[in-house]
Write a protein that binds this ligand. Structure first.
Ligand SMILES: O=C(CO)COP(=O)(O)O
Length: 165
């Protein structure tokens, strides 16, 4: 796949998400790191975001609840270069009915090469990294080149475009 570069801004757009058993951990982590988080823009899935609004001073942009679209809203924001960091405390010990959405969110965060933290320890390493407060270039898929190459590949491999008209 062809790649291009995206520059992460100094002021990061951070997505915070937690499954229900992990919400206390995420809330405690956000409270402990409120000062570090304050200079950045915080997005969250609905329940996580409203808990953060109630228990911290952070001006969180709360999306829909994760299981009814919030995970996918975050996936869209990641794929369109509008999220720089994903902090997702997912529960390794229980299944959720919206597993496919969780998987899609993790897949897009990986595909679009953004840093992901899945627990308090990795989140601490991430936000206390010297890279966190800088602008930073990341390699990302070149969406336009990817689309053009697919269109020409499919056309060359037997799609008779006149049948599509
Ligand atoms: O379900 C979630 C992540 O998969 C999180 O959603 P809520 O923050 O609405 O609980």
């Amino acid at each position: 796949m062809q790649l291009t570069t995206r520059t992460m801004p100094q002021k990061k757009r951070i997505a915070l998400v937690a499954h229900d058993p992990c919400k206390p951990d995420l809330l405690n982590w956000a409270i402990d790191n409120q000062t570090a988080l304050e200079g950045h823009t915080i997005y969250a899935t609905g329940t996580t975001g409203n808990l953060l609004l109630a228990h911290t001073r952070l001006p969180v942009l709360a999306l829909m609840s994760g299981s009814i679209g919030g995970d996918q809203q975050l996936g869209y924001l990641i794929a369109s270069g509008q999220i720089d960091v994903l902090v997702f405390f997912w529960d390794p010990l229980s299944a959720v009915p919206h597993h496919s959405d969780v998987k899609a969110l993790m897949r897009l965060a990986t595909a679009w090469n953004i840093p992901i933290a899945s627990n308090a320890c990795s989140a601490n390493f991430l936000i206390h990294s010297s890279l966190f407060e800088q602008t930073f270039d990341i390699t990302v898929p070149d969406g336009d080149a990817f689309l053009s190459s697919r269109v020409s590949h499919v056309t060359q491999n037997g799609v008779h475009t006149q049948h599509l008209l």
